[in-house]
Structure formats: C-alpha cells, structure tokens
Design a protein around this ligand. Sequence first.
Ligand code: ADP
Length: 585
Amino acid sequence: MPPSRLFWKIFLAFAAIGVVAALALVVMTLRWERERLSIEAETRLKQAAALVRPIAEQAFGEETAQQARVRALGEAAGVRITLVDAQGKVLADSSVATAEEVAKIENHRTRPEIAAALKTGSGMTERASATMGDQTRYYAERIDAGGTRGVLRVALPTANIELQLAALRQLLINWAAAVIGALLLATYIIARNVVQPVVALRDTATAIAAGDYAQRAFVPSNDELGQLGEALNRLSTELGSQLSELRRSGQRQSTVLGGMVEGVVAVDDRQRVLFANTAAGRLFDFLPPKAEGRPVLELIRNHDLQRVLSQALAEVAPKWTELEWGKLLLTAQVTPLPGIPCPGAVVVLHDITELRRLEGMRRDFIANVSHELKTPLSSIKAYAETLLNGALRDEEHNVRFLERINEQADRLNLLIQDMLSLARIESDQQSFEIARVGVADAVAACFDQHQSAAEAKSIALVTTPPSDALFVRADAEGLREILSNLIDNAIKYTAPEGRVEVRWRRDGERVRIEVIDNGLGIPADQMDRVFERFYRVDKARSRELGGTGLGLAIVKHLAQSFGGDVAVSATPGGGSTFAVNLPPA
Ligand code: ADP
C-alpha cells in the first residue's frame, strides 16, 4: 500500500498517545513508588523513635554508659540513633563505637531536623549526612521532662530506596518499551486495516468522478466501511445507467432537434443563445455550435423577432409573429421556459414561404377556373336567353345560336377534361404504364392526328429522324399527349404557310425531342411562365383558337412523371422551340 496521509495521521496519533500513556504510567508509577517508600521510611523512623524514646529518656539521666547502650539499640533497631543535648552537643551516636569518638562529633544544633525538633517538638529532613556522607533521612524528637533535656534523632540511609527505585525504573522502562513496541505494531495493523478500505473507496469515488462507472470498490469486511463500499458500488451502477440513459435521451433529443425542419433557438433571460439547431443555422446562416453564448439578435437581426422575444420574456407568456428574412417568410413562436424567474425562452421558426406561395397559387387557380368557366357559361346563357326571347323562331339565326351554345359547351367540356387530367397527373392518381416507346412512331401518330389542322393552315409538318431509331422510357399514351399538345400549339400559334418540325436525338443521358415552329414566338420574359396553369401570352387569341391555357402545364407534369423535363426557347429567325428531355430506354 502506498503511504497514505490518513494512514500516517492515524498511526502517528495512536502511536503518540500510546507512547505518552506508557511513559506517563512509568513516571507516575515511579513517583508513587518513591512516595510509598518515603512514607514507609518515615513510618519506620517514627516507629523506631517510639521504641527508643523510653530508653533515650532514661539515658539522658545517666552520665555514663550512654554510648554503649545507644549503639546496641541502634544495631538492634537497624537505624542510626543519635542523642543530642539542648545545646546541640552529641551525647551518643550508634554509628560510632566509643565515647571518645562521640566527643569528636561536631555540634548538631544547626542540623535542620534538630533545630526543628528543639523548636516545634519534632523535625524530619532528608539530606546527605555531614558525619557519614550518605543520603540519609532523619527524624528528631524533643525529649523533655520538666525542661528540655535534648533531642532523640533516628536516621535511616535512603540509598536503599534509590536502589529499589532504580531497579523498578529499569523494569518499567523495559516494560514500557515492550508495550510501546506492541502498541506500534497493533496501531500499524489497525491503521492499515482501516485505511486500506478507505483508499479503495477513495479510488472508486475518484474513478466515478472521472466518469468510470465500471470501477468497483472491494471492501471485504461487513462493517460500516464494507457497507459504504457496497453503497458506493450501487451508486456507481445507478449513476452509470442513469448517465447512459441521459446520454441516449440527449442523443435522441439532438437527433430530433437536428432533424427538424423548423429552426429552434433556445435563449436565456438575457437573450443569449443556449442552443440552436441545424435548421436555425441554415435559415439564418450561422454555425450553431459557435452561436452558443452570443446575443440572439446578433445572429438574427430582426425587429419583429426582438419585439416578440422581449414581450414573451417580460410577460412570461407565449408570443407569435410573422417575419420576413430576405426572400423568406417565417413564423416565430416564442415560448418561455418553465421556472421562476423565467430562465429564458425557446423560439421555433417555421419557413412558410412555400406554404404562402401554394396558398397564392390555389387562390389564383380558383380565380382562374372561375374566370375560365364564366366566359363560356355567360355565352351559353346569353344565347339561350336570346333564343327564349324569340330568336328560337328566327329561322335565320336560331341554328347559328344553337351552334354557338354547342361550341361553348365543347369548350367547357375540353376545359374540364384538361383540368381533370392535370389534377390526376399532379396527384399521382394517374397510373402510367412505363414501357419502351419508339419516338418515331409516337411522332408519326401525332402528325396523323394533326394533319388536317395543319393542312387547313397550309402548315408543313416536317420530321427529322436520326439515323438510329430512338426509344424512351415513358407511358405511350402520355408521350403522345405531350407531343400532341406541343404540335397542336405549334400549329395554333404559327401563321398560315408556316412550318412545324419535330426532331429528336440522343443528348447525353437523355433523349431530346424538339418541336420547332416559325410562328409567333414567345416574349423572352414570359417563357418561364407559359408552363403555369391558365397562363397565356395572348388571352384573347388563345381563347379564339380554343385553347384552355392548361396544355403546357399538362406537358410539364407528364414529362416530370416520366423522370424528364421540358423547356422553351426562341427559334432562331422567329418562332418557338419546345424541347422535351426523357430517359432513354
Ligand atoms: P393554350 O391552351 O392557351 O394553348 P397552353 O398551356 O398550351 O395553353 O399554352 C400557354 C400559352 O403559351 C399559350 O396561350 C400561348 O400564348 C403560348 N404558347 C404555347 N405554345 C406556343 C407556340 N408554339 N408559339 C407561341 N406561343 C405559344
């Protein structure tokens, strides 16, 4: 295990407490023992003094033989006995052999215990003996019987005590060393056992914090640390699954937001971008990841958006507006985010340009249809009314009026048929039989169909086939309708004596069929529009020629249904050229 701070903290703290406790125990035991030995010495001295006291009292009365008796007593009691008179003169001392030697002993009046005994009745001191030199404990008692006769002093060398204490100290120190050693070992093992699982838990927690949810804490014990390890493992599993669920739902969300056609921009309460999806970036020409944190109005400079955004944030209520962005027309729906105070808002931007265009087209279509139907109907009604008002009997005109009614009814029929077929093609309801269709045959069939109309205007119908027969992938009936419409128009809008030519050739991946006339031609600025429904360059002329204004719209949709297209250009020298491109077969 690498050295851990926690380990050292626990180890050093317990070791310090153990060492201090062991040393304190040694010191206190030594003190207590010293105290106990001191009291024992005192007691012994006092007991000795009490034993000797009657003999001493007696001895003070005698002039001789004092020394011999005192010596004998001292030896019997195992203490040193000294008799001192009131002036401090030593009368007898058990530590010397003869009276002559006693006489040589210096005056003891100033000895602290003797001075104290003379003054207070008793005195106890411990000091080095001036006479003997050893560390000694002295106890002195004043002996008086009607006046101070002297002092009885008993003394015991304390060297023995010190020896006992030294032995005890050594014993205790050895014991303390052993205890401290055992304590350090135990502390080491305990600290390691406590710290090891803590380190394992720390490593797991660190791994979890770093996002590694596979890491598991292994704490074999069943105690609180073991339970903590289990809890941490459960937490890690739970966190891991929650995070992956969160990631999945985040991915789902960003996939949904990224795949949305609508632009979505989330802003905070200060109108700074929190999130913008790809569609928003595309609409307003910015990179969504770089938009985060920027003021939304820096990216979308639009007064209407600013107004609704500020209103929605201020009133904490959804707001809606339409706004123009270049050529686009957008709606902006601003919804405040939930929370108090309001943390921001989500702006959903919807491009309604195409919708509005289609709405306009539908409006125009209805207006056009009404208008187209109104003209023949008005004629029919006018002729019918004229007939009813008496013209029926007018032999000269009635048949002509009925012919007109019939013509207008035919016109209505043609119009309705064209409208129905256009609607069918547009709504994909028309089922085509796509097959290999020979262009030459289709052109020949159409020429046959329009031969009489061409001859009536002395228009030459010419084909210029390529050397190889060409085939296209189309519905045979549909291709004939395309060609028929174009040839019909070419004849209609070409002056008598004109020329209509049909050419076809391979053009890259397509077969290009051209219907070329040298007729009226179409002004360049209207070329794109002739394929719109009901669009006519010259309305009056078209109607006069029985046109519905739907022919080219049908051609365009049919060509597209076969995977091709159609375009118009001016024929050099005057007239129009319609080119249909179709996939080859
Ligand atoms: P219409 O039934 O009026 O012919 P189309 O959709 O076929 O309707 O044609 C739309 C308009 O395009 C015509 O009214 C006419 O003004 C113009 N147009 C079509 N073909 C030709 C052409 N070959 N030459 C000149 N103008 C043409």
